[in-house]
Design a protein around this ligand. Structure first.
Ligand code: FES
Length: 117
């Protein structure tokens, strides 16, 4: 059963986001990396903390595609993660928390509520 509680918060205006890049959004005590994948017209949000060496760095990572999979590379040791699922694409046993994103009336919203399945 999927629990579908949502808790949207306004992260930024669309024009404040970095095209084909990320920004760090503070939500309470959480740092969330918000990515505007302009080339694909897609938005993604993940934890900003890289699980490899615990660096708050993913919002500064380079984004791209591995086939159809949107990905981000951590700027520290270049480990890559799926922006869609959070899976580590470098073969490590770590993954990112991902968050839903929506855009309404020029405002980007993130739901930071972890989902229960
Ligand atoms: S800290 Fe991110 S890849 Fe090492």
């Amino acid at each position: 059963m999927i629990e579908t509680t949502t808790n949207w918060f306004a992260a930024c205006r669309v024009e404040d986001a970095v095209e084909n890049g990320g920004v760090c959004v503070k939500c309470g005590d959480e740092q969330i990396a918000l990515f505007y994948f302009t080339r694909r017209n897609e938005w993604y949000a993940t934890q900003n903390l890289c699980p490899h060496r615990k660096q708050m760095a993913l919002s500064r990572g380079m984004i791209g595609s591995a086939g159809e999979e949107p990905k981000v590379a951590c700027p520290f040791h270049k480990k890559t993660f799926s922006l869609a699922t959070g899976e580590c694409l470098s073969g490590d046993e770590c993954a990112l928390q991902t968050y839903p994103v929506k855009v309404e009336n020029g405002i980007v919203y993130i739901d930071p509520t972890p989902k229960s399945y």
